[in-house]
Ligand binder design. Structure first.
Ligand code: 1YM
Length: 653
């Protein structure tokens, strides 16, 4: 391949270096801007920037794979703190550089800003790398870097120190292993630059490599971690199904709506697109988009094109087949309910925009993705009528649920407007009107509700008893939950509104605490309530308003005194301290087993209780739990429980 003129970045212009010392000085000047302003090149000098070095080198290897010359990439985290990336591509060219006849092309790639990857003749070549800064930046920010190239039957080596200073020219160090070609870069980040630390995080690296393997069908990526405390670990990622395998992977813990994963692709002179998709029975919209192998978490033109065409194609199909009547109102969001899709585009000049530079701005990509989806997805639906029918049915249900939920919301809103500040009959409100210090306990069962009312601090603690059994049969659909009188009282008591209209500042309590039994029924109710909060009052979850109370699981007596123990861990600790404790422990089955004094002391008293604050992740998990556990698919239920065993224990399901 002919090397074209590159931006020399000022190094070596006009003068020809006479010796290595001189060229080293020029090179240092060339890379100086990187060391002066590392943030401009890698975003930050924290952990994200540190890992950027790895991505940059791996991207070079992946580029080589994307051009069809490399089939295997190995990434190693070395016990001595270094990172080694190796590929079996052509090897960076070793001959003299046309512009700097005294130096090898490889040296220029490693020491001149923007030199790497900017060469190349006809055809289009895409390049990964969020900033596309090239491997010279990695060199500039490393205290030591070793470059090894197997090419033309020879093994070449070159070493750099102190931010990219070559120690001597590229050297032949014997023969290359039989028939081998490829590049190996080993580097040690400079701790004077990365002052927060130079330790790589194996999980971060491993996850990224797995995604790269998904995005590059059949590319073998081997990750070796020598730093693991349990000893060296090797993982190999290779996916013959590419992004279709990625969709399968994402849906593994969910219940797919149908077995098949759909796939289509298209390419034009300067850009290409691949889409894989499958629906599950859940309620999330999971579109994951990538541009040149980089996750575009803020979306952009490719996502816009996909969404628009998806809505159009599915509606057209449904009308054509008589599945969609005039009165049916189906919108894009209904069609996307439960969708897991990957859209991956490759383009020559990606424009990254947005807050975190992860939004794809290229307008031409929208048109490509939209046209492709319009054509290929329509074909796919025609060829897969039973899958198409299932997804149309699901979209119809989602549309109806959306309408019903809106009606229910309007009803509750009108009701509360009519009734003014009237509170639900069952609510034993607190006297304080200061939301910050007020708490609402949602208590399962009337009898436990009664105990809670007696046990509370009436000034600052309100009690709303909920009859769980009723709620339980209503199952997962939110529109049905909204018709439930218990839930309506809950909405009224909280007073912050519903859905998109939730106004956190109107929330009447600073803490909303779910108090349910530690048994199976209790955990169902807890999960239902969390699902409800997640879907209809997510702002409260995000704001940290939602808590789960922890009534003790055991009681025992020491002399005349009754002692409560939160869980098995607590019990174990207790026994450690009192190995001679001879009373048998009492496992508390329900809130009902405690009298109001006990309930107050163990679960409600601010000084003594422990509350679990619910995170969005936990609430989302409850939502997933609900959709999977209520679904028909036994296998996915089993899988889900296995893969979420740790989290599910929190939900006691
Ligand atoms: C472990 C990192 O950098 N591999 C790699 C880099 C290059 C090539 C092959 C390559 C590219 C070309 C021709 C070309 C690079 N070459 C250049 C430059 N792995 C890693 N593997 N021959 C080999 O693009 O034309 C920059 S990167 F500029 F020298 F061609």
């Amino acid at each position: 391949m002919a090397l074209q003129q590159s931006n020399s970045g000022g190094a070596g212009n006009g003068t020809v270096a006479s010796g290595y010392d001189e060229s080293a000085i020029q090179v240092l000047e060339g890379l100086e801007p990187v060391r002066v302003r590392p943030g401009m090149f890698i975003g930050s000098t924290g952990p994200t920037g540190l890992h950027h070095l790895v991505w940059e080198v791996v991207d070079n290897a992946v580029d080589e794979a994307m051009q069809g010359y490399c089939t295997r990439i190995e990434v190693m985290l070395l016990a001595n703190g270094g990172c080694r990336v190796s590929d079996n591509g052509r090897g960076i060219p070793v001959g003299p550089h046309p512009q700097y006849p005294n130096r090898s092309t490889a040296e220029i790639v490693l020491t001149v800003l923007h030199a790497g990857g900017k060469f190349g003749g006809g055809g289009y070549k895409v390049s990964g790398g969020l900033h596309g800064v090239g491997v010279s930046v990695v060199n500039a920010l490393s205290r030591r870097l070793i470059l090894e190239i197997d090419r033309d039957g020879k093994h070449h080596e070159m070493e750099f120190t102190d931010g990219g200073k070559p120690t001597k020219p590229l050297d032949v160090k014997g023969k290359a292993p039989r028939g081998r070609t490829g590049t190996t870069v080993t580097f040690w980040p400079d701790e004077t630059i990365f002052q927060e630390g130079v330790e790589f995080r194996a999980q971060t690296v491993s996850e990224r490599l797995q995604i790269m393997a998904f995005l590059n069908r059949n590319l073998e990526i081997v990750f070796k971690d020598e730093t693991a405390s349990s000893g060296p670990v090797t993982v190999t990622y290779r996916y013959s199904g590419g992004i279709s395998d990625y969709v399968r992977h994402l849906n593994a813990s969910k219940e797919p709506l149908f077995k098949k994963v759909g796939y289509f692709e298209n390419s034009e002179k300067e850009q290409e697109v691949e889409v894989a998709f499958q629906w599950n029975t859940g309620y999330h919209d999971g579109i994951y988009s990538f541009a040149n192998g980089i996750a575009t978490t803020e979306g952009g033109m490719h996502e816009e094109g996909l969404k628009k065409a998806l809505t159009n194609v599915v509606k057209t199909y449904a009308k054509e087949k008589g599945l969609l009547k005039e009165k049916d109102d189906v919108q894009g969001e209904d069609i996307r309910e439960g969708l897991t899709a990957i859209v991956s585009v490759r383009i020559t000049q990606p424009q990254f925009e947005g807050q975190t530079k992860t939004k794809l701005g290229n307008v031409s990509v929208r048109s490509l993705v939209e046209r492709t989806t319009n054509e290929k997805l329509a074909e796919w639906l025609q060829e897969n009528p039973s899958e198409a029918r299932a997804l149309v049915q699901k979209s119809l249900l989602a549309g109806r649920a959306r309408l019903a939920a809106r009606q229910a919301r309007e009803l509750t809103r009108r009701k509360s407007a009519l009734e003014g500040a009237g509170m639900p009959d069952k609510l034993a409100d607190c006297s304080s009107r200061n939301a910050k210090e007020s708490e609402l306990f949602i208590v399962e069962g009337d009898s436990a509700g009664g105990s809670a009312i007696r046990a509370r601090d009436p000034e600052r603690q309100a009690i709303l008893p909920i009859r769980g059994k009723i709620l339980n049969v209503e199952r997962a659909r939110v529109d049905r939950m909204l018709k439930n009188t218990e839930i309506q009282s809950l909405i009224g008591a909280i007073g912050a509104g519903l859905g998109e209209e939730v106004d956190v500042s109107k929330c009447r309590y600073g803490k909303i605490i779910i108090l349910a039994d530690a048994d199976v029924d209790g955990s169902h109710i807890r999960t239902l309530l969390l699902t409800f909060f997640y879907r209809q009052m997510r702002q409260l979850v995000e704001g940290g308003y939602i808590f789960v109370a922890q009534p003790p699981l055991y009681s025992t007596v020491i002399g005349k005194e009754k002692v409560y123990l939160k869980d098995d861990m607590d019990k174990a600790r207790f026994l450690e301290r009192r190995p001679n404790h001879s009373q048998p422990f009492n496992r508390l089955k329900g809130l009902g087993e405690m009298d109001f004094g006990e309930l107050g002391e163990t679960t409600m008293d601010r000084e003594k209780r422990t509350l679990l604050q619910v995170t969005v992740e936990q609430a989302a998990l409850a939502d997933d739990v609900m959709s999977v556990l209520m679904g028909e698919n036994v296998e996915s239920r089993k899988q889900f429980i296995q893969s979420h065993a740790k989290d599910v224990r929190f939900l006691d399901i």
